[in-house]
Write a protein that binds this ligand. Structure first.
Ligand code: GAL
Length: 436
């Protein structure tokens, strides 16, 4: 019988309290704690977009772990609702511009941070990397993204898997379709069968505030048609957005969109996941924060839901990594540093990632640590070490905010006109304008 991650952690003696003491004692000097000046009470304003599904649960798991080591620091949760930071990113930009930064904010490793780095709004975290030994422990792919101009700008907390197809196993079995179609044409055939049976083929939000989910689907289709190398080339100057595989991906996007249901149009990603969980929809293409939400709802892997690499993307791991930063002018810098130390520690990362559907961002995950994670996350860990790794567009790795914004506008137009040719030429123009 499978049990939820939280139940597993509790059963293994890793409740928030015991996990903290066990993991802390194992972490040695690299876990030096800061509890405000001379242990004096202080507060910490943490900005994120973790309000939905398993996200809020994972955040509170990390906060419990943080409080074990920093009992005097009051946690102030400044999360702004909206999947993929749909609202939070704009709110953060406003605050940073107004010179009113939070003590620390959730960011995504990679290009998402470039504007803040260029504007000189972040502190170099080289001193913490040196003190905590993170140059040696952080996975090299993520370390390269955390650094720019020889300085360290963020502390990675997790690795998320973006190109995942989620399915309702019972519904797929009932309709005699694969819960893990391996190619885009096979996926389209399955979607048509679901539609013919009067069920929702794919759960996806498409209204303007939710259509980052369409962008997510688009990027996965682009990876499927282009392959990992050509996908990565798109984000460099001269990347060819006019190619036939790009056209094929956008044509597939149009076909899939024609099979979406108005019932899911305004849904947040976790509402869409719930439809799959209940068997009202057959599939969802979404990052693995979905898995945390399934688990939290008591659904059982391989019985109630299933997963596989998104059609056509086997052998590639599209990733994103949530990280935290130290803005210049943070009101409680000591407390922010304590938070960053927690985010960079094995205990903090395990408490968060095991509840988030993610995996830890360190080079080495030992067998005892691996045992804290469920079947899905162990599969994801194996994929991470055995596939071709590429960065995500929708989740901040490959393109700066302005380029992402231009693509968002193009996707919004596409959702209305369903014209893949127009979408492709908008993507070409965006690349000409923003590729560095
Ligand atoms: C991603 C983020 C994840 C998850 C997701 C849905 O951008 O990296 O941590 O929160 O959005 O909101």
């Amino acid at each position: 019988m499978s049990i939820s991650r939280r139940a597993f952690l509790a059963a293994a003696g890793f409740t928030a309290v015991s996990a903290g003491s066990a993991l802390l004692s194992g972490c040695g000097s690299s876990n030096t704690r800061v509890t405000g000046e001379s242990g004096a009470p202080s507060s910490l304003e943490v900005f994120s977009w973790w309000t939905e599904g398993g996200e809020a649960n994972a955040l509170s798991s990390l906060v419990s772990e943080f409080h074990l080591h920093n009992p005097n620091i009051k946690f102030i949760n400044r999360s702004v609702a909206g999947g993929a930071g749909a609202n939070a990113k704009a709110e953060l930009a406003r605050r940073m511009k107004a010179g009113n930064p939070p003590d620390t904010f959730q960011a995504q490793a990679g290009a998402m941070l470039d504007d803040y780095v260029d504007a000189g709004q972040l502190e170099d975290l080289g001193f913490l990397y040196q003190q905590q030994g993170w140059d040696r422990s952080v996975n090299p792919t993520l370390l390269a993204l955390a650094k720019r101009n020889g300085k360290h700008w963020s502390v990675p907390l997790d690795i998320h898997h973006i190109n995942v197809l989620w399915s309702n196993k019972r519904l797929c079995d009932h309709l005699k379709i694969s819960s893990a179609p391996t190619s885009v044409p096979e996926f389209l055939t399955a979607l048509n069968k679901v539609a013919a049976a009067g069920k929702v083929p794919i759960a996806i939000g498409t209204t303007p505030d939710q259509n980052w989910q369409v962008k997510h689907l688009m990027e996965v289709l682009l990876v499927a048609e282009l392959g990992p190398d050509a996908w990565s080339t798109l984000w460099r100057r001269g990347g060819d957005w006019t190619s036939q595989p790009v056209s094929a991906a956008l044509a597939a996007l149009r076909q899939i969109m024609s099979l979406t249901s108005p019932q899911t149009a305004a849904m947040t990603w976790d509402q869409a996941s719930a439809m799959v969980g209940k068997g009202e929809a057959a599939y969802q293409i979404m990052g693995d924060w979905t898995e945390a939400t399934f688990t939290l709802s008591g659904l059982i892997a391989h019985r109630d839901y299933d997963w596989s690499p998104a059609p056509g993307t086997s052998g590639t791991f599209v990733f994103a990594s949530d990280c935290f930063t130290l803005p210049k002018g943070a009101k409680d810098r000591d407390a922010a540093i304590a938070w960053l130390i927690e985010c960079g520690s094995q205990g903090g990362q395990d408490s968060f990632t095991a509840a988030k559907g993610a995996i830890p961002p360190r080079s080495v995950v030992g067998s005892t640590e691996r045992g804290l994670f469920d079947t899905y996350s162990r599969w994801s860990m194996d994929q991470w070490t055995s596939t071709h790794i590429v960065g995500s567009l929708t989740h901040g790795v490959v393109a700066r905010a302005a380029w992402n914004g231009a693509i968002d506008a193009a996707v919004t137009t596409f959702v209305n006109d369903r014209n893949p040719t127009r979408l492709q030429s908008a993507l070409v123009t965006a690349a000409h304008t923003y590729a560095a």
